[in-house]
Design a protein. Structure first.
Length: 185
């Protein structure tokens, strides 16, 4: 039995010796690769760094005082603001819009958002066919209002219609201007 144990012990010693020798050979093989890596790292560290531009000077923020005492309130509709201007102005030509009149549907659209599609005559009365911004066609005649500047239709022809608009003159009063809307325009 002792010969069996000593034989096993010798085989185990030999196996351990072989494993140790393999590990030593493997480590010596890696040593050459690490040397190249160390040499490259040293070369990179030896390079001179690039010039970095300094950060730009930050200019101090200039404050602005907003003086809103003499401006129109953004929470009051502009129509109401125009009414206040017109009522307070004593000068001008005496022209002013009727603020007590019920507004018509087409007065909510700017004139460039309305398009004259044609005319139609019913019982001798000529009507203009106006398409609004939503694509709906409306029938209007002389005396109806359209556009956002109190535009009253005064004349309808086959080629277009004529409006009398009342607009602020910029000095607290109102002025009258004639505007045409062409067919297909």
């Amino acid at each position: 039995m002792s010969s069996i144990i000593s034989s096993r012990h010798r085989h185990t010693r030999r196996a351990a010796f072989l494993v140790l020798m393999c590990a030593v050979f493997m480590l010596t093989g890696c040593n050459d690769r690490l040397q190249d890596l160390r040499q490259y790292v040293n070369q990179v560290k030896a390079r001179k760094g690039a010039h970095v531009e300094p950060l730009p000077q930050v200019k101090p923020f200039e404050t602005f005082t907003y003086d809103d005492q003499n401006l129109r309130s953004p929470f009051i509709p502009q129509l109401q603001s125009f009414a206040t201007l017109g009522a307070g102005a004593g000068g001008g030509s005496g022209v002013h819009p009727d603020f007590n009149r019920a507004r018509e549907y087409l007065e909510q659209f700017p004139l460039d958002g309305l398009k004259m599609m044609g005319t139609i005559t019913v019982n001798g009365i000529m009507y203009a066919l106006i398409r609004d911004g939503d694509g709906v066609v409306h029938r209007v005649t002389a005396g109806n209002y359209m556009g956002q500047n109190f535009g009253k239709i005064v004349k309808i022809t086959q080629a277009g219609l004529t409006l009398r608009e009342i607009i602020p003159d910029g000095q607290g009063g109102w002025i009258e201007r004639m505007t045409t809307v062409q067919l297909g325009g």
